[in-house]
Design a binder for this molecule. Structure first.
Ligand SMILES: Nc1ncnc2c1ncn2[C@@H]1O[C@H](COP(=O)(O)OP(=O)(O)O)[C@@H](O)[C@H]1O
Ligand SMILES: [Mg+2]
Length: 372
């Protein structure tokens, strides 16, 4: 470019009418973004090479044309040029219909002077969108991969047992009558184990609708305590507090029962390993929410374990599926509730389930629910 031209205040392209110094022209020509200057009639007074490329227009073909016709978005009634003339500054994203197809862009506009001219810049987001999509796809695949690896790992154990027992049976590698019975029993145990894993998985993946009803929370909680305590005539003492306060809440009773069961079982399983195991269950209120607190004096969790409790298949137990807490989290989220966990290694764990009493049912929660 001829340097002396930079001194001139006007450029020949706009017949001296545009407030566009030659310096600005140089900057425009160098820009990676599309830069368009619109005159007060909304016509293109000037466009840089990047702009012609982006909009797939031949060189010099855009000048003088209606900007609104060239910058149509895919949304009916949406008019970026009209909006740009209405506001002193504008910054937004849009998907344009260009000669080369749909074009996602980031758009900046500046209104200048009176009558108003508009300076528009457009940045191509195609590449960025593609990268974002790619990232999301990778994330989905990673989650799916983790989940599949977890399922495979969990099911392989009982399957291995079943296979061994069946092989022995088939080979007749036993004497006496009792051994085949034991083998058959171990096959059944393996199948029961696999069924349990599948039931947990289905619960975790189950539809997200709640079947809300007005429930006295003590009636949801008490049978859970009985059921967990019953097979555990062993050593763990479960003490309940506050069940007589008559606290009501709009919840999905059966699914909340599942939440209490999972948390209470974890507390019992954790405290089984200490000298005087003890689990306390407290039902109470905090502001307008119901709180169920389950405290054990088990070994507690390290910060690392604590950070993984909601991860599917995270378990430190030989017979665990690691799906209990993810299911708890999912059902609590659906209720708009919260979970607090305080855990001190060597001292024990407190899990607090905070349940809004008047959960305004989300749109998806209305109508038929999945509660059984
Ligand atoms: N009350 C608790 N005390 C100590 N550790 C716990 C407690 N609750 C959960 N955890 C930890 O979180 C892990 C995941 O729990 P969960 O999702 O219910 O799966 P699972 O019980 O099948 O292992 C447990 O294996 C344990 O390591
Ligand atoms: Mg569990």
């Amino acid at each position: 470019m001829d340097r002396s031209r930079l001194k001139h205040a006007r450029t020949p392209e706009t017949n001296g009418a545009a407030p566009l110094p030659a310096l600005a022209h140089t900057l425009m020509a160098d820009a990676d973004s599309a830069v368009l200057l619109l005159d007060p009639h909304g016509r293109i007074a000037s466009i840089n090479a990047a702009g012609e490329r982006l909009l797939a227009l031949g060189r010099g073909r855009a000048r003088g044309r209606e900007a609104a016709a060239l910058l149509r978005t895919v949304v009916a009634g949406d008019d970026v040029v009209r909006d740009a003339f209405r506001a002193p500054r504008l910054e937004r994203e849009a998907v344009l219909h260009s000669a080369a197809g749909e074009l996602p862009v980031r758009l900046h506009s500046y209104r200048i002077g009176r009558p108003p001219w508009v300076l528009l810049t457009l940045r191509d987001l195609t590449q960025m969108r593609r990268m974002q999509q790619e990232l999301r796809r990778h994330e989905r695949l990673a989650t799916l991969g983790q989940l599949s690896a977890g399922v495979a790992h969990e099911i392989r154990n009982p399957l291995g047992g079943i296979k061994m027992a069946t092989r022995l049976l088939a080979a007749g590698g036993y004497d006496g009558d009792r051994i085949p019975v034991e083998m058959a029993q171990s096959i059944v145990a393996g199948i029961v184990e696999i069924e349990r894993i599948i039931a947990d998985l289905l619960e975790y993946a189950r539809d997200t609708r709640l079947d809300l009803g007005e429930y006295p929370l003590d009636r949801v909680l008490a049978p859970v305590i009985d059921a967990v305590q019953a097979p555990d005539e062993r050593r763990v003492r479960i003490e309940a507090h506050g069940l007589d306060a008559g606290i009501m809440a709009m919840v999905d009773g059966p699914r909340l029962r599942q939440v209490f069961t999972n948390v209470l079982k974890n507390a019992v399983e954790a405290s089984e390993s200490v000298m005087n195991p003890r689990v306390d269950v407290r039902l109470g209120l905090r502001n307008d929410a119901a709180v169920v607190e389950i405290v054990d004096n088990g070994p507690g969790m390290t910060a690392e374990q604590r950070s993984k409790v909601f991860r599917p298949f995270f378990t430190t137990k030989s017979t665990g599926t690691g799906l209990g807490m993810p299911i708890v989290k999912k059902i609590m989220d659906l209720h708009g509730g919260e979970i607090e966990i305080d855990s001190t290694p060597g001292r024990g764990t407190a899990v607090r389930l905070i349940i809004p009493r008047l959960a305004s049912p989300a749109p998806a929660a209305a109508g038929t629910g999945g509660g059984s």
